[in-house]
Design a protein around this ligand. Structure first.
Ligand code: PEP
Ligand code: MN
Length: 262
């Protein structure tokens, strides 16, 4: 199995080969104060990579699009202050260089998983990548997209199952837990589970996170916000910091039982 190292200096997180990447943070970077509070809480709960979007892929052009470079600066400063490596999404090939200057890991989102021009540019940075499964992509499609990044230079790719389109709109998406052991049989790359975007419903997140870890996932990705009703994006699916801490206590027990650590 590939072990992906995210970050540098004192803040390095390994993902894969028994090391769990516990990614947490708000959907979007909204302000330095808010991100600092959330980072402090998730770090205390055991998160080892801080997330936050500065360029957001929104369904509506009238929704909050992210703070851009200002958001990258805030994420970098807050990550450094809390000793956490950071991950943020790139949505435009023109932003790849800028984002690579700030971040430890580049996220390729579900909506761009088959944007091959973007994948190629991101691969050239040699930065670790978090690649989310497209909402209508097969497991094979996901692996071929990872190949695009790898063929262009970046060998450190962490895959992410974040739910696929289902027929039942009671959930935002449908978590494909079987993708975890499938990927592990077909590939050496680590795969994590994102129950936040998979369900869109905070009350379902703990069960799905536990299922992901039990299925063999190399980490869990969760959106956390300290005031979800004020969040600029994905507020309804965010866990409160105290809910996240409680879940992390449960995840720790599962991790210990299967001989993994975070
Ligand atoms: C996100 O992580 O905020 C996001 C937009 O995720 P996805 O690409 O999985 O929808
Ligand atoms: Mn989100």
């Amino acid at each position: 199995p590939t072990i992906v190292e995210v970050g540098s200096g004192k803040a390095v997180t390994k993902v894969g080969g028994g090391h769990l990447g516990m990614i947490a943070g708000p959907c979007a970077v909204e302000s330095a104060e808010r991100l600092d509070q959330i980072a402090g809480e998730v770090k205390k709960a055991g998160a080892n990579i801080l997330r936050g979007g500065a360029f957001k892929p929104r369904t509506s052009p009238y929704s909050f699009q992210g703070l851009g470079e200002e958001g990258l600066k805030i994420l970098r400063e807050v990550g450094d202050r809390h000793g956490m490596p950071i991950v943020t999404e790139v949505i435009d090939p023109r932003h790849v260089e800028l984002i690579a200057e700030y971040t430890d890991m580049i996220q390729l989102g579900a909506r761009n998983m088959q944007n091959f021009v973007l994948l190629t540019e991101v691969g050239k940075t040699h930065k670790p990548v978090l690649m989310k499964r497209g909402m209508a992509a097969t497991v094979k499609d996901l692996l071929m997209s990872a190949e695009y990044v790898i063929a262009n230079g970046t060998t450190d790719v962490v895959l992410c199952e974040r739910g696929v389109k289902g027929f039942d709109n009671s959930c935002r998406n449908m978590l494909d837990v079987a993708a975890v052991p499938q990927v592990q049989q077909m590939s050496h790359l680590p795969i994590i589970v994102d129950p936040s975007h998979a369900t869109g419903r905070p009350e379902l997140i703990p069960s799905c996170a536990l299922a992901g870890l039990a299925a063999g996932a190399d980490g869990i990705h969760i959106e956390v916000h300290n005031c979800p009703e004020e969040a600029m994006s994905d507020g309804p699916q965010a866990l409160l910091p105290e809910q996240y801490a409680e879940l992390m206590g449960q995840l720790k027990k599962v991790a210990e039982a299967i001989g993994k650590k975070f």
